[in-house]
Design a protein around this ligand. Structure first.
Ligand code: FMN
Length: 375
């Protein structure tokens, strides 16, 4: 599965994978794809450095990338333009919302974290100062791609990446966003459709991909959202993409470190209709498993989610408690509609093998339909 972009990056298959797990990213790179490690959960630069050291040792000199979350609009800016600290942002959370979290946890009997155990689910990586700290670490490593969710990275970051010979990718949920990325000097646009896990827009991949391809031509576009088979890869390439970008499919691989058998079981059992695009987790619409937790936040009788980054800070400890104690009705994760096809645990290599086999079959079928092959 070679395209111009895969040749530029020196990879065997134009399959890019976003994942929060170093073991998955490294395995995908070793399998001939391109692993992209999500940095948003690394609040301590030393932790990111440790995992990038590990990536270096486990990727056989093959290319990989890093994904940060720098929202286009600084989310922690006060009206005067002054940058707020995490504590300032915490202080903005209304008591009504804190009480709602306490009541929802109490309703489901969610125990406290064990004495001395810190909340592990603390995502502040979308605060610009945290993301900049991650990049200070990342540019010391031979990453080949820097991806950004939620907007174009600031011009100084794009320039710094290019100075390091790093290509810059950015996710786009509309042709307008994609054009903005092109104007900002981004090298690759990830057209991410409504079906995708995580923060997503409202346009489905089938409509979005060709719109973005047209909008930013000749920049390369990766199709994302709802891709979990070789046939879907063939569809993405047929729509003009130079590769595909997958996130959900890796969550049920044997290398993924979900740390919860109950969550893996929920993902394996879920159908394509079991996700919801909700602001419950971060304050911005993100597709995730539908749970009683998302239902509570989406209930018009409740206070509703706060904007980013307040909601993420508000629910961080609660999410840790739910995960730690595997409280089944509330247990969830960002995941896309492709979860309906994630029905067995496989290694990353097995997933890549199936994707490439399926792609070849789909291409053969289309060739037969087009009358280009006798077989
Ligand atoms: C668990 C999970 C976490 C995600 N977190 C991020 C993130 O931090 N940054 C980002 O750019 N995209 C993130 N995404 C979106 C992926 O990069 C990707 O665009 C998306 O998963 C593609 O659609 P799919 O889920 O249908 O494969 C996340 C997706 C999932 C499933």
């Amino acid at each position: 599965m070679k395209t111009e972009l895969s040749r530029t990056l020196g990879i065997e298959h134009a399959i890019f994978g976003f994942t929060p797990f170093p073991a998955v990213a490294a395995a995908l790179t070793r399998a001939g794809g391109f692993g992209v490690l999500g940095a948003v959960r690394y609040t301590a630069p030393d932790d990111l450095a440790r995992d990038l050291d590990w990536m270096q040792e486990h990727t056989d000199g093959l290319p990989y990338g890093l994904d940060v979350v720098m929202p286009a609009k600084k989310v922690e800016a006060a009206p005067g333009g002054q940058t707020l600290t995490e504590a300032d942002v915490e202080a903005m959370i209304p008591e009504e919302h804190r009480a709602f979290v306490r009541a929802t946890l109490a309703k489901h009997g969610v125990p406290e974290l064990p004495e001395g155990e810190a909340s592990g689910w603390r995502i502040t990586g979308w605060m610009e100062q945290v993301a900049r700290g991650q990049l200070d670490v990342a540019f010391d490593y031979p990453i080949k791609l820097l991806a950004n969710a939620l907007g174009s990275p600031p011009p100084d970051i794009v320039a710094r990446a290019h100075d390091h010979g790093v290509l810059v990718a950015a996710l786009a949920g509309s042709a307008r966003h994609a054009r903005h990325h092109a104007e900002a000097g981004i090298d690759i646009v990830v057209a991410q459709g409504y079906e995708a896990g995580g923060h997503t827009g409202e346009i489905a991949s089938m409509v979005l991909t060709p719109e973005v391809v047209d909008a930013v031509s000749p920049l390369p576009v990766l199709a994302a959202g709802g891709i979990g088979s070789g046939e879907q890869i063939a569809a993405g390439l047929a729509l003009g993409a130079q590769g595909v970008w997958l996130g959900s499919i890796w969550l049920t691989t044997t290398e993924a470190e979900l740390h919860s058998r109950a969550l893996t079981a929920k993902l394996l059992a879920a159908g394509s209709g079991d996700t919801v695009r909700s602001r419950a987790l971060t304050g911005k619409p993100a597709r995730q498993l539908r749970t009683e937790w998302t239902d509570a936040w989406d209930d018009p009788a409740g206070p509703g989610p706060l904007p980013m980054p307040l909601q993420g800070l508000l629910v961080a400890e609660a999410v840790s408690r739910i995960q730690r104690h595997e409280v089944e009705p509330l247990l969830g994760t960002p995941v896309g509609q492709i979860v309906g096809r994630m029905n067995s645990e496989r290694s990353v290599q097995q997933v890549v093998d199936e994707l490439t086999r399926g792609f070849e079959k789909a291409v053969d079928r289309i060739n037969r339909i087009a009358g280009r092959s006798e077989s």
